[in-house]
Ligand binder design. Structure first.
Ligand code: IVH
Length: 700
């Protein structure tokens, strides 16, 4: 295919793919299978790799991220980003309407919309192309977060239809509950503090430096306000502008209503106050806007907000009750979470007895005392939270709640990591909840997948002294398991217990699943070990690069940080883990049980001319894509490393090799090989080895 043909094909594929994105994400109505979609995307990726100069900024491939923003540029808003004045009851909405009626005598139509609980964003479009996304900031200037915003699939990169040359679209970036729950589960797994709510998570995500990370977090966006220069405004009213925006490809909520009086507005508010629990994301109120643009102009603005709109904020359901005591729970990584025990109180349809207190700083901010009367709120979150203390009711000599200094489970002195809010118990291998938590992680689906041991069974085995760490699992027998029984607490917050008993079928299933786990690939075994900060993806990259557990154990911090996505924090955590003799002992026992501790290697039957060489690939190549070159290096026995060090054998440089890499190679005296030179070096091996037949490396 020549360049002209490629250009046309790239444009065609981009448009088809973006249309499928729109059907899937905005309309929630896909018209193609995931497989066929991936095929189209792969075709586009391959073409773009062949012709990198043809990659367009609005290409659907840009949605997966890749750009790193070191520092966000401050950008002045063309039109200031104002906020809305708030109202908390229908009387205040009535006052808002009468104020308007004083100025405008004719009929006024209102548009009621959901008030999305996220972060506001301004999107600039020029000639139908998305060019810039800026956060609200202080309303006058915000941060340019374009690279991150591009990853949000519901934001069109190129518009359809008849749009003006220049305009801004305002909207809200939100994090749906599904993404929020997944991220918090992963953070918990990695020993990181979970996000308090989806809004905080969205705010944290949009300011990440690595847009690839942003892409993974699956944000969403809704548009609610179009802005253009006054003399260019093509619409008469807001509703019309949003309906047209929808046709151009924007994600506009279907849940809007045009209302003519306060009764209709009140119905909309009441409906959504109840119904919001069913939405897949958080809203914190309703926005009521005058529809007609001419009327808006007459009404104008105050210094902070428009006079033609108001936000109605939902009341979070709240109750008052007494703080009885505080428990300190120990998590899987030893993090201590304080939990308040409350006098039972009815709230939003359930009886609340406990509420999270997050961490030591939170208790300090509340200046919490025992016997205090506290306000408990249930927002979108399942676990209720304490929002305030009623100081007027504080008993004179009540005792202040202080944070513990020793682990409540094992007595070890607690420590706090630099820059973190959480205290934790460092007795990783001797503290019961940490041991149980680690075993539970070990058996989880994405790790060793011994699911039949889930739902509290680990606790029963631990309490019966059958397992002290995860390597003991491999000593279990049917005889040891059969007949054990225990009632356990499965949900401490809501006081739910369950009786666990090991009958014939359960015992058999467990033994079978344990046996099966011996063939789980190395990357998942490494993830299962539960090394702090080593998540699923990192484990894959580490095993791919290091090849075996022994290589990982013996690697230096420098060698570990050469692995993609492994920074110093992760490297140090890995070193710490293997520096503990007890962990080495556990690994040895797991090796005896014949778990997979080596990367399944594809062994090429052909020439191994690059054997023992560490090669850094940089730039763009003319005969092959980067991935093909990397595969070829592996096929020929070489190792791909991501950064240049003294151990690098040579750098394979294509066009546009990064200047930093070149400098580093030169300063270390590492050879820089051209594509031609490389092909000569490997001779005709490429053609010989194109379809190498692989044999599975026998392990142990
Ligand atoms: S209109 C001139 N519509 O609420 C004001 N805002 O306090 C333009 N918000 O900063 C905003 N949903 O981040 C508007 N349907 C909606 C909204 C909405 C959420 C946010 C927005 C704004 C804040 C106002």
């Amino acid at each position: 295919m020549n360049k002209e043909e490629a250009k046309a094909k790239i444009a065609e594929l981009s448009s088809i793919i973006e249309n499928h994105n729109y059907n899937y994400y905005v309309l929630a109505n896909p018209t193609i299978s995931d497989y066929d979609f991936d095929m189209l995307l792969n075709e586009l990726i391959a073409l773009e790799q062949q012709f990198p100069e043809l990659i367009l900024p609005d290409s659907p491939t840009q949605r997966v991220g890749g750009d790193i923003t070191k520092e966000f540029q401050t950008v002045k808003h063309r039109y200031p980003m104002l906020s809305l004045s708030n109202s908390y009851n229908i009387e205040e909405v009535k006052e808002f309407i009468s104020r308007i009626k004083k100025t405008i005598e004719e009929e006024v139509e209102f548009v009621c919309e959901l008030k999305f609980d996220g972060i506001s964003i301004s999107l600039t479009y020029e000639n139908g192309l998305f060019v810039k996304a800026v956060t609200r900031g202080d309303g006058t200037q915000g941060d340019d977060v374009t690279a991150n915003v591009k990853t949000i699939r519901t934001i069109p990169l190129r518009l359809k239809g008849d749009y003006p040359d220049f305009f801004e679209m305002r909207g809200e970036i939100i994090m749906p509950h599904s993404s929020f729950n997944a991220i918090n589960a992963e953070r918990d797994d990695l020993g990181l503090q979970p996000f308090a709510n989806p809004r905080n998570a969205a705010a944290g995500t949009i300011k990440l430096q690595d847009s690839k990370e942003v892409a993974k977090r699956k944000l969403d966006q809704y548009c609610y306000f179009m802005m253009m220069d006054e003399d260019k405004m093509i619409f008469k009213n807001h509703y019309e502008s949003l309906m047209t925006a929808k046709e151009w490809g924007f994600n506009v909520s279907n849940f809007m209503a045009r209302c003519n009086n306060v009764e209709e507005i009140e119905d909309f508010i009441n409906y959504w106050d109840k119904q919001r629990k069913e939405l897949p994301f958080d809203i914190d109120g309703i926005v009521i806007k005058v529809n007609d643009f001419r009327q808006r102009e007459i009404l104008g603005f105050t210094s902070k907000s428009p006079r033609w709109a108001i936000a109605y904020k939902f009341k979070a359901e709240e109750a008052r009750t007494k703080l009885l005591s505080v428990d300190f729970q120990v998590g899987r990584h030893g993090t201590i979470t304080p939990v308040a025990n409350l006098e039972p109180v009815q709230l939003a349809g359930t009886i609340v007895k406990r509420a999270t207190l997050h961490n030591a700083d939170f208790i300090e901010q509340l200046d919490l005392h025992y016997d205090d009367i506290v306000c408990v709120e249930k927002g979108g979150e399942i676990i209720p939270k304490i929002t305030a203390v009623d100081l007027s009711q504080r008993k004179e000599y009540s005792e202040k709640v202080t944070f513990i200094t020793k682990c409540p489970e094992c007595g070890t002195s607690l420590v706090k990591a630099d820059g973190e809010t959480a205290w934790y118990c460092p007795n990783t291998l001797g503290c019961p909840p940490q041991i149980k938590g680690r075993i539970e992680h070990f058996i989880s689906r994405k790790a060793m997948n011994i699911e039949s041991l889930g739902e509290g069974k680990v606790e029963v085995l631990f309490d019966n002294n059958l397992i002290k760490d995860y390597s003991d699992l491999y000593d279990l027998t049917y005889e040891k398991l059969f007949g054990i029984e225990k009632t356990i607490v499965v949900d401490e917050i809501n006081d739910i217990t369950r009786k666990v008993s090991f009958k014939e079928k359960t015992a058999n299933n467990i033994i079978e699943a344990i046996e099966k786990s011996k063939s789980v690939p190395f990357a998942r075994v490494l993830f299962a070990l539960g090394i702090k900060y080593v998540g699923e993806t990192t484990a894959k990259l580490i095993t791919k690069s290091m090849g075996s557990i022994d290589n990982i154990i013996n690697a230096t911090v420098e060698e570990l940080t050469e692995i993609e996505e492994v920074g110093e924090k992760i490297a140090l955590s890995i070193k710490d883990f293997f520096a503990d003799e007890r962990n080495i002992h556990i690994i040895n026992r797991l090796k005896d049980a014949r778990l997979q501790f080596e990367q399944e290697k594809k062994v090429a039957s052909g020439n191994q001319v690059l054997s023992g060489m560490n090669i850094v690939v940089s730039g763009v190549f003319s005969t092959m894509s980067r991935d093909e070159i990397k595969q070829l290096i592996e096929d020929l026995g070489g190792k791909n490393v991501s950064s240049i060090s003294k151990k690098t054998t040579f750098v394979l440089a294509g066009e546009k090799m990064g200047p930093e890499k070149r400098k580093k190679a030169e300063s270390l005296g590492i050879e820089i090989k051209s594509e031609d030179g490389f092909l000569k070096m490997i001779g005709n091996i490429k053609t010989e080895n194109q379809n190498p037949s692989y044999t599975q490396l026998e392990l142990f």
